[in-house]
Write a protein that binds this ligand. Structure first.
Ligand code: ATP
Length: 370
């Protein structure tokens, strides 16, 4: 296995009119499982293809292990890639598919090759499929074979390009667990691209978030969830998404009052205490902010509670253990409450939130301000 360094990586297409990846720097530790997530077109696949050597960077540098591989051809990089569409050879058996990569990349004898393929097939629970051709397999089995083919080569680096997207939800969950088991057992270094933030959060030791080709934030999934560095990350990570209200801030005594549009022509007011303002060294450099609050941090309050905001329930969406309440505050506002909270569409409630759960982003730059 190997550590990977990506330094100021850039990829332009169409003579510079499209910047798919812009100044990306990453340091991936030996044995680390890094998930890369972001909306469609943010540069995930391009990044992965540059790591694989399938795409030439416009600028920057890639190191795998101690080797600078920026100009090394794909076939000479010790990297295995697992694709969404499995990319198995249709006319070869499962055994031949797995052995083929091994023959290309190592000088093992036939007996050793066979032994490695059989051992890996056992690990992947596909030993009974070794003589089958890909079109005799289910989607989940094909993806197991594709994984097995990558594992058997014992590469320095595994690259996964949305490998579970073609599987149904149940199978996706079990394959996720399977990949995590392999990661634990084999200690593989991996870069795993997905557009599914839930997958990225649950699988990654570290999550890397891209938007418009640029790195937005990287870190442990919980750290990113709790401390998004900007509005984009706050909104992208977490489901349902963080609620946003555009507010104006003004100093009131030692505290800060935030005001923004509520439902119809009402105004939402939220007062930050002087203790909070001092503890968080809030400095009002500008007066326009975006207030962010996660659905699970919205509380149902008594009407006379401090910082109470009046809201009407538009829709109650039950999701098992919880209900999502769609409220008529701001353009879109969701509260996540326990399923035994008895509310129905049309009810009037008051909501509030703890100031320690708030996120405030600069309205212009989107940066987290404290
Ligand atoms: P998706 O989740 O939809 O696969 P992605 O995050 O993987 O998206 P990329 O495929 O890396 O994004 O594309 C990043 C940007 O580069 C997009 O604007 C895309 O249109 C552009 N792009 C990618 N490949 C090429 C190409 N061969 N020629 C021109 N533009 C390209």
């Amino acid at each position: 296995m190997a550590r990977v360094r990506v330094e100021s990586l850039r990829k332009e297409y169409d003579v510079g009119t499209v910047v798919a990846v812009d100044d990306l720097t990453l340091d991936i530790e030996d044995g680390e499982f890094v998930t890369v997530v972001g909306p469609s077109g943010c540069g995930k696949t391009t990044t992965l293809r540059m790591l694989a050597g399938l795409e030439e960077p416009t600028a920057g540098r890639i190191e795998i292990g101690d080797e600078d591989v920026t100009d090394v051809h794909a076939k000479n990089r010790d990297v295995a890639m697992v694709f969404q569409n499995y990319a198995l050879y249709p006319h070869k058996t499962v055994f031949e598919n797995m052995a083929f990569g091994l023959r290309m990349s190592t000088d093992l004898g036939a007996d050793e090759r066979e032994q490695r393929v059989v051992e890996t097939a056992e690990m992947m629970d596909i030993e009974s499929l070794l003589e089958d051709k890909p079109d005799e397999l289910s989607g989940g089995q094909k993806q197991r074979v594709a994984l097995g083919r990558a594992i058997v080569r014992e590469p320095d680096l595994f690259l996964f390009d949305e490998p579970l997207s073609n599987l149904d939800a149940k199978l996706r969950t079990s394959m996720r667990a399977e990949i995590q088991r392999l990661q634990d057992e084999l200690g593989i270094t991996a870069v795993y691209v997905t557009h599914d933030q839930h997958e990225a959060m649950t699988m990654g030791d570290r999550i890397v978030i891209l938007n418009d080709g640029e790195l937005q934030q990287q870190g442990a999934p919980t750290a990113v969830y709790e401390n998004p560095t900007n509005r984009f990350v706050g909104g992208f990570i977490g489901s349902p998404s963080m609620n946003f209200i555009e507010v104006t801030a003004e100093q009131v005594g030692n505290g800060v009052r935030l005001r923004g549009p509520g439902r119809s022509d009402e105004t939402v007011t939220f007062n930050l205490s002087s203790e909070y303002v001092t503890a968080n060294t809030v400095v009002l450099e500008s007066s326009q902010f975006t207030l962010g609050i996660r659905p699970e941090n919205v509380e149902i309050a008594g009407e006379s509670a401090q910082n109470a905001i009046q809201a009407g329930v538009d829709v109650v969406e039950p999701v098992g253990s919880d209900n999502f309440l769609h409220l008529d505050v701001a353009p879109e506002f969701i509260a996540r409450v326990a399923s035994d909270v008895e509310l129905a569409a049309g009810d009037e409630i008051a909501i509030t939130f703890d100031e320690s759960d708030l996120h405030l982003f600069d309205a212009e730059s989107g940066r987290d301000v404290f």
